[in-house]
Write a protein of this length. Sequence first.
Length: 422
Amino acid sequence: MDYNKHFELLKKTDPDIYNALIGEERREKNGIELIPSENYTYPEVFVTNGSVLTNKYAEGYPGRRYYGGQKYTDIVESLAIERAKKLFKCEHANVQPLSGSPMNQATYLAFLKPGDTVLGMDLSHGGHLTHGHPVSHMGKIFNFVRYKTHPNEKGRIDFDELMKVAKETKPKIVLCGYTSYPRDYDYSDFKKVADEVGAITMADVSHIGGLIAGGVMRNPFDYGFDIVTTTTHKSLRGPRGGMILCKKEFADIIDKSVFPGLQGGPHMNTISAIAVTLEKALQPEFKEYTAQILRNAKALAETLMKNGAKLITDGTDNHMMVMDTTASFGLGGTESENVLDEVEITTNKQVIPDDPNPPLRPSGIRLGTPCATTRGMKEDEMKQIGKWMTDVLKSPEDKELKAKVKTELEELCKDFPVPGID
């Protein structure tokens, strides 16, 4: 396939979309992405995700498809499955979920009846919408009981209280996992709670899937967990997809819940890109990459706190941190996000634990280091970025300062190309 030729064809047939793509390339090259759920994928993922596999319907599973012509789709999906099992040390893998929300929905629907109880993390304390927030469809179908952290104790979870709540509510699933929690979990504590009430253990590790794969954070399967879900982008650096990993005893019910229970034909182009991503993650270089993500996160967190930023949990054990910008600089999360956007530092507004403000006007921002690490940045660059951030947030009306920071940031980014773009 001649991708340059195809790109030129797009330029002629749809210049509006072409120009938007070029604009996004420039944005990614010139600024620094600090949203912890984002990453720069591999050039090989671009190739596979835009390949001829886009053309092919493949309803079913390898060896059990509903359409003919499946020789190569079976090869691709089988490779993705085996690589996922090896990487995460699990007995079964389903690589068909279209993204994070469907993978969690398929898991709930496999084991629960309407009204059944799930014990999951509160959204403002780090949980995800799919962990039972009332605005989600799953939150309306099932009874989600939420646990919280102790912000004044560096994000500690009170497992005595968790056990008490579990005994009172009798959940069918004990769910741990997060989207804005800067600590690692001791999965053995969750397992004790689940065993006490006869619940299934489920961990959504979408944010830290790559860090688990790289061996720098704990793997729930090492603690006897039943189900682990993860997206394939974020710290894994793959395409936007999802996986459900589980013990062999749950393989059939999970597969049936994904197809035909929730989805139709899988996106084989994405599954091929997932397979490529998993092979990359099996290489020794990936372990060092994930270790550097953590080193960079600690360097950034320390610099921010040194320069007046209040971080929820007073630091980080993973790739992300949540800053209370209101307490730190008198700026709400939305205002802080916008000010940083002006100097091409991209973060996202974020609620803090028990935030008194609504999600679109929260008290903080969320940031992380996967993108910067993918570009090759290390601790020194993180310290410089942290200083730029606090300088700008302390003086949000200083146009001269913002112009200076933006220029210096663009110069820094020139030394650290974006894979697949530069």
